[in-house]
Design a protein around this ligand. Structure first.
Ligand code: FES
Ligand SMILES: [Fe+2]
Length: 418
């Protein structure tokens, strides 16, 4: 059920109760969904892909953020550009496939021809008064953060992206994203609001019950799991985990892999969190046997046991960097109750399938985990959209980052509505 909210969006934003889920219209209402696209996805840095998506000059990728069809290109000098995928003549979509390799962008309608930087190079029969310089493709801000591509549809993007980029670049750089190839991609449509997809990602309260594959290698403590002070067993486990993190991070730091957790997911406009966590079972990677999935290690890695560098950005991404592969997730809203989760598995660009890695072994953990998560998001959506819903409380011990996500969302909506 999706009713027009009885109260206005500014009022709903203002009366949000801390420590709880949002009221139902935030998950169901088409008007609030439009506001999310405008105020959140239209005004912040949105993760859309990785440099290996456009590895070579002439490579083009397309992505949709709400109603915005976007082209991302690599030009002959290697520079990356983003622009609207809308011809400046009579609006035709220029590239309809997800990827392409072209010398120029030629419109299929009347052959207006654009360079890879969006400049209009050629248009027949437009008369003497026509100025091609005024009819280039409309540009969109784009940044590569050590190989992770973000775009911002706003005229003036949030400036603190630079602060975030400066802070996280030393963590990501040693994995050398640009020297990877995409071994596999899966687009999963979840039957839920994008915020439920994000909320689900920001806790591991549900992991032990739902993720048999993932919990082979992952510690639930690594995802904002606070100790229950009343339970001596958990207190001891947490203490051991903290000591292990400290030891591991010190060793990784010395080896040139910054690891100590930093970030601000709550009140920073370009909210983020990054930190490296050890793996359970003395593991090497997020695989079923916890051993590396790919024999060719990434970038500057010489050691298989580099833990899991986990990078989260508001509002729409998370990434796991290991010694041998990277898994990267983009959340793209499709409707009030439909969300695209796009997952890419990256390995060293020289790695050969069947020789250096087995694809099934590489993708199995997160393919299964995503399906499990998608089902959970669908269940939460069904509940949030039904009559008996009242916003439930987040666990102060395990759902701190969910609360931070919702705090961030509410702050950014309030700022956008002001
Ligand atoms: S619509 Fe693109 S050339 Fe006419
Ligand atoms: Fe999950």
């Amino acid at each position: 059920m999706s009713d027009v909210p009885a109260v206005s969006l500014p009022h709903l934003v203002a009366r949000r109760r801390a420590g709880r889920m949002l009221e139902a219209p935030f998950y169901t209402d088409p008007g609030i969904f439009r506001a999310d696209l405008d105020l959140i996805f239209g005004r912040h840095w949105i993760f859309v892909g990785v440099e290996p998506d456009i590895a070579e000059p002439g490579d083009v990728m397309t992505v949709n953020i709400g109603d915005n069809a976007i082209l991302i290109t690599r030009d002959d000098d290697g520079a990356i550009h983003a622009m609207h995928n809308v011809c400046r003549h009579r609006a035709a979509r220029l590239v309809s496939t997800e990827t392409a390799t072209v010398g120029r962008l030629v419109c299929p309608y009347h052959a207006w021809t654009y360079g890879l930087d969006g400049a209009l190079l050629h248009a027949d029969h437009m008369g003497d008064d026509f100025d091609p310089a005024c009819h280039g493709l409309r540009k969109i801000h784009v940044r590569s953060l050590e190989g992770l591509i973000f775009v911002c549809l706003a005229e003036t993007p949030p400036a603190d992206f630079d602060d975030m980029a400066r802070a996280v670049a030393p963590y990501i750089a040693p994995h050398e994203v640009a020297n990877c190839k995409i071994a596999h991609q899966i687009d999963l449509i979840e039957e839920g609001n994008w915020k439920l997809t994000m909320e689900n990602n920001r806790e591991c309260y549900h992991c032990a019950l739902n993720h048999p594959e993932l919990t082979t290698s992952i510690f639930e403590y690594g995802f904002g799991f606070e100790t229950d002070e009343t339970d001596p067993v958990r207190v001891a486990q947490r203490r051991n985990y903290d000591a292990m993190v400290e030891r591991s991070c010190a060793a990784w730091d010395r080896a040139g892999f910054p690891s100590t957790e930093i970030g601000n997911l709550d009140d920073m406009v370009s909210g983020y969190r990054i930190g490296r966590m050890p793996m359970d079972r003395d593991g090497e990677s997020q695989t079923l046997d916890t051993r590396v999935a790919c024999r060719k290690l990434l970038g500057r890695a010489t050691e298989k046991r580099l833990g899991d560098l986990s990078f989260h950005t508001q509002p729409n991404s998370w990434h796991h960097f290991m010694s041998d592969h990277i898994v990267s997730f983009a959340v793209l809203p499709l409707g009030p109750d439909r969300t695209l989760l796009r997952t890419k598995w990256l390995v060293h660009r020289d790695a050969i399938e069947g020789v250096d890695y087995d694809l099934e072994n590489l993708i199995r953990v997160w393919r299964e985990t995503n399906i499990q998560d998608g089902n959970l998001v669908g269940l939460a959506q069904a509940g949030a959209a039904s009559g008996g819903y009242v916003p439930g409380p987040y666990s102060p011990q395990t759902e701190g980052q969910v609360e931070q996500f919702v705090n961030w969302y509410i702050r950014r909506m309030a700022a956008g509505l002001a």
